[in-house]
Write a protein that binds this ligand. Structure first.
Ligand code: CUA
Length: 364
């Protein structure tokens, strides 16, 4: 009785888990809801192999059930010795040929699509005027943040990748310190970022991200890289062509200048203690030691994962190790000009006013 009860409990738990897990597929971060050609091709392969596996399970289960029903000793008699099939050429042939056929059936489309998705021949191609025909982004993964440089456009950003929709976007992927992996579940990727050598690939974004829950696709680091690996998130904004061009122009002109009295106080503090690592203008071709903050006010998260509030920003600046263990942002007391002093509440207010005022979207 007890054993039966335990089994049912386990079954109940599994059923509840299934219902719970089934709700995991949110549009902005689900491989099961592809939002670009690359993700769609990968999803089709996933369906194909799942279909084949389910088919194999069904066939084997039917044979198994038939065998136990048909060949019960009660039915065939106590003394019956089944037909001996050891060494049967026909059977050996069948159970060798079927798996080979299944593997080929899976391998042909998988290999074809893999090569097709690795095709970056059009990367860096220029038109008659020498303008690149498509956007190329140099992605550098660092402990625990992401830098996105657009060498052809002369701009750099961090943590929020901005891309145009409906055209292939090409990527050069590297890591600055240890191995990471770039992954936007709804779009594709999951490509290693290595310290030696560049991985190139392309992705396409079919829909503008503005309609999604947070207005962005979610990206993750998919390679265990240290204590804050799980917090090494980034976001992707997909804009239509006109909006993307407006964003690029606004980035090229961004200066990092504060507006308003409190923000100006913040800027002074920032220039004394933070500017050595963080740039505040999006113009440039290479990044700094720490994330470029030109689009800070436009972003969705603090430190890549905390809700985007002034409160969280102040906590993050005050205790960076508390929120992202092992990251390279120093304690405020050790910053230039601080002489061991943490930021006061007023100073934090000023810094927050300055940083939240750093936006290029207002100028688009
Ligand atoms: Cu970077 Cu995990």
């Amino acid at each position: 009785m007890m054993r039966g009860l335990k089994k049912w409990r386990l079954f109940g738990l599994a059923a509840a888990l299934m219902a719970f897990l089934a709700a995991c597929g949110e549009e902005q971060i689900s491989t099961l809801q592809p939002a670009g050609q690359v993700a769609e091709d990968q999803f089709d392969l996933l369906l194909l192999s799942t279909g084949v596996m389910v088919f194999v399970i069904i066939v084997v289960s039917i044979i198994y059930v038939l065998a136990i029903i048909k060949f019960r000793r009660k039915k065939v008699g106590e003394d019956v010795i089944p037909e001996q099939v050891e060494g049967s050429k026909r059977l050996e042939f069948i159970w060798t040929a079927i798996p080979i056929a299944i593997v080929l059936f899976l391998a042909v489309p998988t290999v074809a699509v893999t090569y097709q998705l690795a095709d970056v021949d059009d990367m860096g191609v220029v038109d008659a005027e020498g303008t690149p025909a498509s956007v190329t982004v140099d992605v550098t993964a660092k402990l625990y943040w992401w830098e996105f440089a657009y060498p052809d456009l002369g701009i750099v950003t961090a943590q929020e990748l901005v891309v145009p929709t409906d055209e292939p976007v090409y990527f050069n992927l590297t890591a600055a310190d240890v191995k990471h992996s770039f992954w936007v579940p709804s779009i594709g990727g999951k490509t290693d970022a290595n310290t030696d050598g560049v991985n190139t690939f392309y992705l396409t974004f079919d829909e503008e991200s503005a309609d999604l829950e947070d207005g962005v696709f979610y990206g993750k680091c998919a390679e265990l890289c240290g204590p804050s690996h799980a917090l090494m998130d980034f976001k992707v904004k997909a804009l239509d062509e006109a909006e993307f061009q407006a964003w690029v122009a606004a980035m090229q002109e961004s200066t990092g200048e504060a507006e308003g009295e409190l923000a100006q106080e913040g800027q002074e503090l920032f220039e004394q203690s933070c500017i050595a690592c963080h740039a505040t203008s999006g113009a440039g071709t290479t990044g700094g030691i720490a994330p470029n903050l030109a689009t800070f006010g436009d972003r969705n998260r603090i430190a890549g994962y905390l809700p985007h509030s002034e409160e969280n920003l102040k906590k993050w600046i005050s205790e960076p190790q508390e929120y992202k263990p092992g990251n390279l942002m120093p304690d405020p007391g050790s910053l230039p000009g601080r002489e061991g002093e943490a930021f006061s509440e007023e100073e934090l207010d000023a810094l927050a006013a300055y940083l939240f005022g750093l936006t290029v979207e207002d100028d688009m």
